[in-house]
Design a protein around this ligand. Structure first.
Ligand SMILES: Nc1ncnc2c1ncn2[C@@H]1O[C@H](COP(=O)(O)OP(=O)(O)OP(=O)(O)O)[C@@H](O)[C@H]1O
Ligand SMILES: [Mg+2]
Length: 436
């Protein structure tokens, strides 16, 4: 792949600390020091060096790790520490403490390794670093540091104990998430998006979906994965992008059809997640009956009709929800999923609607840190204690390190599958289509 070769040659040759720093001004224009650097300020991504990165992220308190440090904290990328894998590459659990660096706070972390052969690449790695390195909010996952030793590209995040919402909501044998926990998660994620959209230079996430909402031990929702994020335009202006990136089932129709990207595209994706929370069904599922395969197409018309709404609410909830609250959430999802982006609510309005729904029921935070509905819809006391699911971990043959096994397996898979086969962050369309 000639393009990759060019990146490798340009990027990886200038990471040695002995190399003279490139002139930052030739790559970055930063009009005011108080302003956030955006990807578009970086004129030549390909020649952006490690020094440039650390210079432009000054003040972000990010740690720069070496590859050997990250190998140590993940037990050589052992498969026992493997958390999962998306389009970016594999993610491993690690543990940081002051044995690695004096003064480091002892804490578990998640280490994401850029798969150099994968569907997502250096641009996504840099986007994640540039956005999350500068944006801090209780509902955005915290980036702790990064590594760019030689050709390695890694990111180190706070560890989110309960993993991602997609697994929690759809895993077959997991204990169902209680209604109020779902609302709490929706509200947290909405606050995260409202923060992004409310920035002086709004940020469009572009890949908002259940698997990119991570959950803390107390179910605090935090938005992750800024690899596809983009700076939005101010006011009413829309950006027309030439490559439509995102995830099937979550991407807004106008964005797929025309490439028009606004903060309202994220609002649509939020509506899809809200619908998943209400119904307990995935946005797209080939295994469902044909008219139900596409959740939005099938369920949206029923959101406005209380009788029909009852039939689509997740049966796993066993009626343990406030119907008044459910109707409000359903109306909100209906509005977010409006085909006309201008008719969708802003994320700050979504927050305003969701907040009182959480207060509709008395909430009790238990010693498990979970939310319970003390009085369900039928007046019974709900006593569903949630337990964390234990993931089945495949024990590796201990000959090679997890990382090396992973690289080998990756190489073999590459021969039989396309580069997009490992990620649902797939290219939706390569070029925008004209509106029909
Ligand atoms: N900070 C974190 N703490 C705990 N687990 C994490 C963290 N970041 C990612 N993970 C887990 O690692 C796995 C891979 O995440 P990743 O974001 O790379 O892929 P994905 O969201 O499944 O797919 P996509 O590439 O479409 O975003 C997921 O199971 C996710 O829950
Ligand atoms: Mg993800």
């Amino acid at each position: 792949m000639p393009l990759k070769m060019t990146w490798n040659m340009k990027l990886f040759s200038c990471f040695s600390s002995k190399t003279l720093p490139l002139d930052l001004q030739s790559h970055v224009s930063k009009p005011h020091s108080s302003q956030r650097i955006s990807l578009s300020d970086i004129s030549d991504l390909g020649s952006f060096s490690a020094e440039d990165i650390s210079n432009c992220l000054i003040g972000s308190n990010l740690h720069i790790f070496t590859f050997s440090e990250l190998k140590i904290i993940t037990n050589d990328f052992s498969s026992v520490n493997f958390l999962g894998e998306g389009g970016f590459g594999p993610v491993y659990k690690g543990f940081l403490d002051d044995k690695i660096r004096p003064g480091l706070e002892a804490q578990p972390v998640a280490v994401k390794l850029l798969d150099l052969d994968g569907a997502q690449g250096y641009r996504e790695w840099l986007a994640e670093l540039v956005f999350l390195g500068q944006l801090r909010h209780p509902h955005l996952v915290t980036l702790i540091g990064y590594c760019c030793d030689d050709e390695q590209r890694l990111l180190v995040y706070e560890y989110m104990e309960r993993g991602n919402l997609e697994s929690l909501l759809f895993k077959r044998y997991s204990i169902p998430l209680p209604w109020l926990t779902r609302i709490q998660i929706a509200l947290g994620a909405a606050k995260g998006l409202a923060f992004l959209h409310g920035e002086e230079k709004p940020v469009i996430h572009r890949d908002f979906k259940a698997s990119n909402i991570l959950l803390d031990s107390d179910y605090t929702a935090k938005i992750a994965d800024f690899g596809l994020a983009r700076d939005g335009l101010e006011g009413d202006q829309t950006d027309v992008v030439s490559r439509i990136m995102g995830t099937h089932g979550y991407a807004a129709p106008e964005y797929i059809m025309t490439g028009h990207l606004t903060t309202m595209s994220d609002v649509y994706s939020f509506g899809v997640v809200l619908l998943e929370l209400i119904t307990g069904k995935k946005a797209l599922d080939k295994n469902r009956a044909s008219r139900e395969k596409d959740l939005v197409k099938w369920a949206r018309p029923m959101l406005k009709d209380p009788l029909k709404l009852e039939t689509i609410i997740d049966t796993k909830l066993e009626g343990q929800y406030s119907f008044e609250g459910a109707k409000k959430v359903a109306t909100l999802a209906y509005q977010c999923l409006n085909r006309n982006p201008r008719s969708r609510p802003t994320m700050s309005n979504v927050v305003k609607v969701l907040k009182p729904i959480l207060d509709l029921n008395q909430i009790q935070v238990t010693s498990f840190g979970c939310l319970f509905e003390t009085e369900g819809r039928n007046g019974k006391i709900e006593a569903n204690a949630e337990k964390q699911e234990v993931d089945v971990v495949k024990i590796p043959k201990e000959k090679e390190s997890g990382y090396h096994q992973y690289r080998k397996a990756r190489k073999n898979r590459h021969h039989v599958k396309s580069q997009f086969a490992y990620s649902d962050t797939a290219l939706v369309l390569s070029t925008p289509q004209k509106e029909r």
